[in-house]
Design a binder for this molecule. Sequence first.
Ligand code: ZN
Length: 163
Amino acid sequence: MDVEITVKRAYAGPVGLDMQDLDATAESDLARQLGMAVRRFVELFGADWRPVDPYDGQHDRDETWYIAGDPPQLMLAVIAGGVILARPRGRWDGVADLRWEPIDERALPHGAEDEAPTVVADLLRRRRSAFRYCPYCRDLTGPESWTEGACMGCAAKWLGVVF
Ligand SMILES: [Zn+2]
């Protein structure tokens, strides 16, 4: 005899929005520092933020920078009066370490959050305009990883470039 069992579960919200997971993200940290809801932060600045150290301790600036995108497309730091947005520039520190520095920095004071989409769009447009597709693997490649007309991986593999 077949017995059909139906388990009723309480609706737990959209998949992937477990609040405990959300509390442990860089986005929730940054939103808290800015005194705004996580959802509002992500609407304004996007997601996938991870901390980077642009200066390797070699600078007197002490703000914590975050970077987002693959290839990286935007940088952000929370400061006392608001937030700084910037365009990432990759700089090779030897052959193995790619360091990301903020350029085109734009300060966005508290209360000026409505200007964020315009600033973000402008920085993204400038950064993305430097991306190219590798003719070999077809990966979207930033200028920091472009050499001899290919991405660095393909330059080494197919063109014999030694780094
Ligand atoms: Zn390639």
